[in-house]
Design a protein around this ligand. Structure first.
Ligand code: NI
Length: 144
């Protein structure tokens, strides 16, 4: 990865506010925070454009009910988005956490999210969607 430098002019107050955030979030420096912000901005724009295949994780919390489980599985089977995996955690006697990883278009992911949100007994739904940079190499394994 080639790093490039560029100069940006911003209002002083904006920079001060940004630097306070950089500090409070324990970033190594301003550059890393700006890179993160740029990735988030690009990802958000691609999400809004809706023409790309995205990856997403959908976190849901719900109370355990037989009908709910059935509806949840049905929604995933009928979805236009591809469900890659689901992780189910028994949080308490009454509550479960499920993390569903997906790929699909914005519309297909949104449709599934809406369907799941509407199931009675679902208490929290939080989606995290992102796109990889164009030059990212898709491989089935990598070393950390
Ligand atoms: Ni459970």
């Amino acid at each position: 990865m080639v790093l490039k430098r560029f100069g940006v002019s911003v209002p002083e107050e904006l920079l001060e506010e940004f630097d306070r955030l950089v500090e409070s979030r324990s970033y190594v420096g301003r550059s890393e925070a700006i890179r993160d912000a740029m990735r988030a901005y690009i990802s958000q724009s691609q999400w809004e454009a809706g023409d790309q295949t995205l990856m997403a994780s959908l976190n849901i919390v719900y109370t355990h009910r037989p009908r709910l489980m059935e509806s949840l599985i049905k929604a995933q089977h009928h979805s236009q988005a591809d469900v890659i995996s689901t992780v189910h955690v028994h949080v308490s006697q009454s509550h479960c956490l499920e993390v569903i990883t997906l790929t699909g278009t914005k519309d297909s992911i949104t449709e599934l999210v809406n369907k799941i949100s509407g199931i009675s007994g679902i208490e929290y739904v939080k989606l995290f969607a992102f796109t990889l940079p164009d030059d990212a190499e898709i491989v089935h394994s990598h070393t950390h």
